[in-house]
Ligand binder design. Sequence first.
Ligand code: URA
Length: 209
Amino acid sequence: GSNLFENEERPASLAAIGKAIQQCRRCEIGCNGTRAVMGEGPARAALMIVGEQPGDVEEQQGRPFVGPAGRLLRAHLEDAGIDQEAAYVTNAVKHFKFVPKVMRGGGKRRLHQSPTAKEIDVCRWWVEGERTLVKPQLVLALGASAARGMLGKTVSVQKVRGVPQALDDGSELWITTHPSYLLRLQDDARAGEEARFAADLRAVAARLG
Ligand code: URA
């Protein structure tokens, strides 16, 4: 996988990362000047949960997973018996990538855009810094961008879900879908995919013990 900036000194603490990402202009998204969102949770955690990037609500509040996707994620974690307070929650990309859109009636919205592979790879510097410090036993990546953030290469979520992969330090990477994807589905498709998501989280819970 790609490992940009490998000759730079690793950030020494989570606080240092939280500060540095606010100044980060290594990619186009950082250059849009919005607030970067740092991970949250215990400084050492057995479980690290990685999303794609902050959304609209997360950017406004400066906290990961506080919007609709986060609500759905928390409900599923609770059902699976995973203690969310004990998990370190973060994103593969630290800034919100969006296009402004003027709605009918004049209101303005910021529409989510997927980060490019390049943008994810640039931001790996930060999320890998977090992982090195938090030292989770298990990482749960939500969706393809998070998986790339952890692996430095693109994998098919459908092919690798349920099959843990070993990371460089011996910890396990589990990959499942992103809760925002579930939110976009309707009716039967949504029910089926949510059931698979729930099953993935139960497997993670069993592995954590
Ligand atoms: N979606 C994500 O991937 N991360 C967040 O923090 C919020 C929504």
